[in-house]
Design a protein around this ligand. Structure first.
Ligand code: BGC
Length: 763
């Protein structure tokens, strides 16, 4: 018998035990440790009255924003009524904050206002700081002067997680410096209906891509260890599946099988929970008959218990009220509050009409105070983590340092360059040969507007924005004349005379660049064609833009169409008749420069579509990751295939894939390693996005014809070859079986990468 072993074991045990003890002690001492946080939260909770607790669940719109609705000749005084909250005066709202009856404001856009509100909260008995939230989706866009990065769909086209994280982290810096500590982002809805005006706020149609980018966004916004004093709280939204509304309209019901819900819409949320996202926003609509704001199964069972989400749930804008007025599942506001709170909502967005009914419901014993305690714990925890109890005031001067800094502008430009997708390029019309095209006409309603900035953006200072026209003028070689015909700058209407004039000017130019598409500018109510509550029954170019394109093409001179838009544009005619089409999406504050650099060949396009572009609204739900039977039959008239599939995107160079190698067999807990050589076979340097799709060859329930499971963006010099290694975890092969259990079924799987196919077996 080896007598040395027990001694060795004992030594090991002692070392291990003291290591664990030391770690636990360190955790205990660390102000940010879980135990410490719980202690602080519980100690505070124990001192709170019911009114103070319910106050922590209340949010209001920022007072300066509320004043914008004021119609009086002079600025409102404290005794004037708030137009949005007619039962409250401006002074009364200040007092609610002083009384500790307000936990949060949203849409506060200056540090000065944020600090004023925080000092009101500091006058309350317990001095609990406010958490201020804003829609900083792709930059802190509601703040004037912020860096506006490309919109989410453009960012998804970059297929670049570290870039997404970088943008989110810069957004966090700008947001915090401007007075907010919470953003209602990222939007991790999986887009499946291009009529829906919010498609551009998403990362597209693939659950894996949406999940990975959602995780990167959460890391960037919150930091790697959850939110802290240098970051902001993230909020994944909108739970869940509102991106597939029955008729394409925001708010409309989503009727979706549990199979699709769990297989398509839920995974990005679960991914964000793994990353520790601190809040979730519930969605406006009803899910399979139960409004999301009163859906206990969704919030408590699926998101919290199964998904492990432990942050707080905020309602969406007046959606608790919507349980009465929109969904008719509650007879009055008090019942709506009851259903929302018992459904799992923790904070009300926004206004009066919540505090009193909730107090009454607790006093009547219908809602236990322990339920209120749960919500308050979650909210206080976030405030502690964000360091608000140490410092609620935003240091003045910080905003000027970080907002629209040179470094942030550079990131916005890099992202625009990577996210633009070259859809079509017949006879290599692009890049433009400046010797051949000495006079270029730029026209189209979106050539010189801020539509390139996308949604959730306030009008920005002109000098901060490079429109496509500005970019063309800036980048064109000296001997190339760029002229502009302003055909009206409206997405919805182009006058017939303007169409004629554009065609006339195109006929005398060497080439025309037409900037057409959609207007998502949040506050341009009279003209916008996409965005929140701006859905369409059609996905053709809106207004008479198609007629404009047709007239200019009829001039006989070459035409390049640049699309500025935030959802797939199903313009079959344009794709068939225009030789070169560039999908610029909404490329942000430097977007026009990136477009021009691509047109003139200074930058090689490398974006890939994160969403399929269907031919028409009738083709909606044409998604690349469809079930095998979806395209088994074809439409009797016209084509069934989309204009472009997910993953499409051309380059000015060519890439060759070869030497695909795969792990042959894997068991649970292991990974498949996919290795492939990619060579730049052209004459220009370029980036390639390598996409690895998987197909389960035979499965007990149907699985998509292919689904993305790994991706990587690489840069290659002309002639350069790189070996790319991607991994796919065993768990990624799972499906939901007929018993709705998530399992990996042993058997054969195919991998598609470039034009190559490989196989492996799951044991
Ligand atoms: C939108 C949310 C947004 C909220 C606050 C709602 O109308 O649906 O996405 O975060 O407003 O602005």
């Amino acid at each position: 018998m080896n007598r040395k072993l027990p001694i060795l074991e004992a030594v090991l045990l002692i070392t291990l035990t003291s290591a664990i003890a030391a770690r636990l002690a360190a955790e205990e001492e660390s102000p940010a440790s879980t135990a410490n946080l719980d202690r602080q939260v519980n100690a505070l909770l124990a001192r709170m009255t019911l009114e103070e607790k319910v106050g922590q669940m209340c949010q209001y719109v920022g007072i300066e924003r509320l004043k914008e609705d004021w119609k009086g000749e002079k600025p409102p005084t404290t005794s004037d009524q708030i137009p949005m909250y007619p039962d409250l005066t401006f002074g009364a709202l200040d007092n609610l904050v002083r009384q500790g009856k307000v936990s949060s404001f949203l849409h506060v856009t200056t540090p000065a206002e944020a600090n004023r509100l925080q000092s009101l909260a500091a006058q309350s008995r317990l001095k609990i700081p406010l958490i201020i939230g804003i829609d900083a989706i792709h930059g802190d866009g509601l703040v004037i002067g912020a860096t506006i990065y490309p919109a989410s769909l453009s960012l998804a086209s970059c297929f670049d997680e570290s870039l997404e994280e970088q943008i989110a982290s810069e957004t966090a810096q700008e947001t915090r410096a401007n007075g907010s500590q919470w953003t209602f982002a990222p939007n991790v809805d999986v887009a499946r209906d291009a009529r829906w005006g919010r498609t551009g706020e998403t990362f597209g149609e693939d659950p894996f891509l949406v999940g990975r980018l959602g995780m990167a966004a959460v890391r960037g916004l919150q930091g790697h260890d959850g939110p802290d004093a240098n970051h902001i709280l993230a909020c994944v939204k909108h739970a869940i599946a509102g991106s597939q509304p029955v008729n394409g309209l925001n708010f409309a019901p989503t009727d979706v099988s549990e199979h699709t819900l769990r297989g398509v819409f839920l995974p990005p949320y679960l991914a964000a929970f793994k990353e520790g996202v601190g809040s979730v926003m519930t969605a406006h609509h009803e899910l399979n008959g139960v409004p999301c704001h009163a859906n206990r199964w969704l919030i408590e069972d699926v998101l919290r218990r199964e998904g492990g989400f432990n942050g707080f749930v905020v309602s969406d804008w007046m959606d608790i009220e919507g349980l009465v007025g929109v969904h008719h599942v509650a007879a009055n506001q008090k019942e709506a509050v009851y259903h929302a709170i018992m459904g799992g909502v923790d904070m009300h967005m926004h206004g009066p009409g919540f505090f009193e009914p909730l107090i009454e419901l607790v006093k009547e014993g219908r809602i236990p105070e322990s339920r209120i305690d749960e919500s308050v714990r979650r909210i206080l925890r976030a405030k502690f983590k964000l360091g608000l109890f140490e410092q609620a005031q935003t240091p003045l001067g910080q905003a000027a340092e970080v907002t629209f800094s040179a470094a942030h502008q550079q990131t916005a430009l890099d992202a625009a360059r990577k996210g633009i997708v070259l859809l079509k390029n017949e006879q290599s019309l692009l890049p433009l040969d400046a010797k051949r095209f000495k006079h270029i006409l730029v026209t189209g309603p979106l050539a010189d507007t801020q539509a390139t900035l996308g949604d959730w953006v306030t009008p920005q200072p002109e000098q901060n924005i490079i429109t496509v026209l500005k970019g063309m003028k800036q980048i064109a070689p000296a001997d190339c004349e760029v002229s502009y015909y302003d055909c009206g700058s409206k997405a919805r209407t182009t006058k017939p005379e303007a169409i004629q004039e554009a065609a006339k000017q195109a006929a005398v130019a060497d080439l025309t660049v037409m900037v057409v598409g959609e207007n998502t500018m949040r506050f341009d109510y009279a003209d916008k064609t996409s965005g929140e509550e701006v859905d369409r029954s059609d996905i053709e170019l809106p207004g008479n833009q198609l007629a404009l394109v047709q007239a200019v093409v009829a001039s006989g001179k070459p035409v390049v169409v640049v699309l500025v838009n935030s959802r797939p544009i199903g313009s079959e005619w344009t794709m068939d008749h225009v030789p070169a089409v560039v999908e610029a999406w909404e490329p942000g504050c430097k977007g026009g420069q990136a477009v021009a650099e691509i047109l003139f060949g200074l930058v090689n396009p490398s974006g890939k579509l994160p969403i399929t572009i269907p031919r028409s609204a009738g083709h909606i739900q044409t998604i690349y990751n469809h079930m095998p039977s979806q395209n088994y039959r074809k439409y009797i008239l016209g084509k069934t295939e989309p204009l472009f599939w997910f993953g499409h995107g051309l380059s000015y160079t060519t890439f060759k894939y070869d030497n695909l190698r795969l792990t042959g067999k894997i068991k649970s807990g292991e990974n498949v390693t996919v290795t492939v050589d990619v060579t730049n076979t052209g004459k220009r340097a370029g980036d390639e996005v390598v996409l690895a799709f998987v197909h389960d060859v035979v499965s007990s329930t149907t699985t998509p014809v292919k689904s993305l499971q790994a991706f990587r963006r690489i840069s290659l010099a002309p002639g350069e070859k790189k070996t790319v290694e991607l991994t796919i975890a065993y768990d990624q092969l799972a499906l939901f079986n007929a018993q709705m259990k998530r399992v990996v079924e042993p058997g054969e799987f195919e991998v598609f990468i470039g034009d190559l196919i490989g196989k492996f077996t799951a044991l």
